[in-house]
Design a protein around this ligand. Structure first.
Ligand code: BEZ
Length: 220
């Protein structure tokens, strides 16, 4: 059965471009983005991996380790890394798993046979430091992913883990958030002294609680 949100991300041993790893040990106390791409030496994948290498400092800032996977050999990965650096301007700076026997792809349900019997689709798993799966995404092989969206969701997960809020449509860090409906106004007053604006009793917007308080016109 496919992995679901809240499941423990299965552990595995793997050969990677930075050496052998045991996944949970490698993850340590970090968040993890584990993503599959269909195949080495393919165009969309080449652009994705270069872009993820470019975003690496932003993953680091958020205590996130990134790890890619395709069902190719380590030798192919190393050769392809040269192409990525040459064409994308960024060298691989995160591990790529060589899953030539497809054992990890199967463990994480990354091969969707009705789409492609042999190669993985584009999956993303965001895994928290407690090893729980917090987001899954599945993209077709022909569509490159938006890794800024992955960063945006990590921002939301990390914020909503720490505060009784949710994040509205198209939210980005620093923008207003929603006070969870389960919190009474009395409790919200204590937790959100900066106040909120209520469009409905269940729809209360408050400044991002991590931002310094700014004077504004709020209902409470
Ligand atoms: C690509 O990365 O360009 C790609 C890989 C597999 C199927 C289609 C596109």
């Amino acid at each position: 059965m496919a992995l679901q949100l809240g499941d423990t991300a299965p552990d595995f041993s793997a050969a990677t471009t930075v050496g052998p790893i045991r996944f949970h040990d490698w993850a340590g106390k970090s968040w993890v983005v584990l993503f599959s791409h269909p195949k080495d030496f393919t165009p969309v994948c080449t652009t994705e991996l270069g872009y993820v290498a470019r975003l690496r400092p932003q993953f680091d800032e958020r205590n996130v380790k990134v790890i890619g996977l395709s069902v190719d050999t380590l030798e192919a990965h190393h050769k392809w890394a040269d192409d990525i650096k040459q064409t994308q301007g960024y060298a691989l700076n995160f591990p790529l798993i060589a899953d030539a026997d497809r054992s990890i792809a199967r463990l994480y349900d990354m091969i969707h046979p009705q789409h492609d019997e042999l190669y993985t689709v584009r999956t993303v798993f965001i895994i928290d430091p407690g090893r729980k799966v917090r987001l899954t995404l599945t993209y077709p092989q022909t569509a490159g992913r938006n890794f800024e969206e992955i960063l945006r969701v990590i921002d939301s997960l990390q914020l909503t883990d720490a505060h009784a809020v949710s994040t509205p449509v198209n939210w980005h860090a620093g923008e207003e958030v929603i006070i969870v409906p389960a919190l009474s106004d009395a409790d919200a007053r204590t937790r959100f002294p900066q106040g909120w604006r209520a469009l409905k009793p269940y729809l209360r917007f408050t400044p991002d609680p991590r931002q310094p308080a700014a004077s504004s016109e709020l209902d409470f």
